[in-house]
Design a protein around this ligand. Structure first.
Ligand SMILES: Nc1ncnc2c1ncn2[C@@H]1O[C@H](COP(=O)(O)OP(=O)(O)OP(=O)(O)O)[C@@H](O)[C@H]1O
Ligand code: SF4
Ligand SMILES: [Mg+2]
Length: 333
């Protein structure tokens, strides 16, 4: 059976100029994953690991220059998003594929009211008249927990709080009930009650409409609650992927173990960063030739001077590490 989305070997490079010096970094290198209808893939990894660049690449929004998709395919319902005519991609975007941007201002025009921006989506993609589109816009704002949605339609983005803007961004992405939602840290600025409401809304849309989600988040609690499968990125590549439950139960990659080990504990500081694992984050401009994680890896040895491929390790799981770790002991309760 073919998948709703099938990404193969996606590689993205940025070339930036500082004076005479050109710096070239591979932000994403050889990323492959797939997603089925109604499924959620949790994309995790520390800051700079390439989560946003990967998502933006799929919908043709990599700033170019300095960015460039070097190679790869991204089949969405059998059509390659990376090779598609820009006009076709624009039609899909906002309609069958929508994105919640990490920075909500990316999707909002500061000069237009919220209402104008939301109704525009409905007018273009759903061919609705002004009045019908406005009614739908208010309904969508209500869904994401915005109080008195009708009155909010006349507000400009700067009149809203950060959390409110984030919710408008989500409402906008969900306007046309996309088949695929790319959600980049959709609930980070929201308090827990609203976050729960939005996650519930997403789950409901998955069940009713079969929406699939690529969920980028730093919050492993959200991953645990939402994602069917998890994909762990490090320095632009996948290091481990598999069903969320299995990976949480027995993470095989030393980096995944580090990440899961830094999940905030109930008795600890809830704001502790997920990134708090030992060692320096990788400098993409000067990655070691072999395993990118080697400088931070407690298990690195001579073999790790080569690059570990992402190999299957059991059902629907894959790992890029020469020294697969034995499953961690189950904690005694
Ligand atoms: N506009 C840009 N110009 C130059 N380099 C860029 C640009 N955007 C991204 N990069 C490079 O791509 C890398 C990956 O960035 P990306 O935004 O995908 O990280 P991320 O995983 O989303 O991090 P975060 O968790 O902080 O959002 C960055 O470390 C940077 O080197
Ligand atoms: S390949 Fe080697 S350095 Fe890389 S994660 Fe595995 S053990 Fe560590
Ligand atoms: Mg990001």
């Amino acid at each position: 059976m073919s998948h709703l989305l099938e990404v193969e070997d996606l590689s993205v490079r940025f070339e930036t100029r500082r004076g005479k010096k050109v710096q070239s970094v591979q932000a994403v290198g050889g990323l492959s994953f797939h997603l089925d209808e109604g499924e959620t893939l949790g994309l995790v990894g520390e800051s700079g690991s390439g989560k946003t660049v990967s998502s933006l690449s799929l919908i043709g929004l990599i700033p170019s220059p300095p960015g460039r998709i070097e190679r790869g395919r991204a089949l969405f319902q059998g059509e390659d998003l990376l090779a598609m005519a820009p006009s076709r991609l624009r039609r899909l975007r906002g309609n069958s594929i929508a994105m919640v941007f990490q920075d909500p201002m990316t999707s909002l025009n500061p000069l237009l009211t919220i209402g104008r921006q939301l109704t525009e989506v409905a007018e273009i993609h759903l061919r609705m008249g002004r009045r019908e589109a406005r009614r739908l816009a208010a309904e969508r704002l209500g869904e994401v927990g915005i109080p008195s949605p009708e009155a909010r339609l006349d507000a400009y983005p700067h009149e809203l709080s950060g959390g409110m803007r984030q919710r408008v961004g989500i409402a906008m992405a969900l306007m046309c009930r996309p088949k695929l939602l790319l959600a980049d840290e959709p609930t980070t600025a929201l308090d827990v009650t609203i976050q729960a409401q939005i996650l519930e809304l997403l789950r409901d849309l998955q069940e009713r409409m079969g929406m699939a989600i690529v969920l980028v988040t730093h919050d492993l609690g959200v991953v645990a609650g939402m994602a069917d499968r998890i994909a762990v990125m490090y320095a632009g590549s996948l290091v481990e992927t598999g069903p969320t439950e299995a990976v949480f139960r027995s993470p095989a990659h030393p980096y995944t173990r580090g990440l899961l080990g830094s999940v905030p504990r109930l008795d600890g500081d809830p704001n502790r960063a997920l990134d708090a694992i030992e060692g320096q984050p990788p400098d993409l401009a000067h990655l070691p030739g072999g395993c990118a994680f080697a400088p931070r890896c407690p298990g690195a040895d001579a073999e790790c001077a080569a690059r570990p491929p992402l190999d299957a390790i059991g059902e629907d799981r894959a790992l890029a590490c020469f020294h697969a770790l034995a499953p961690r002991e189950e904690p005694t309760r």
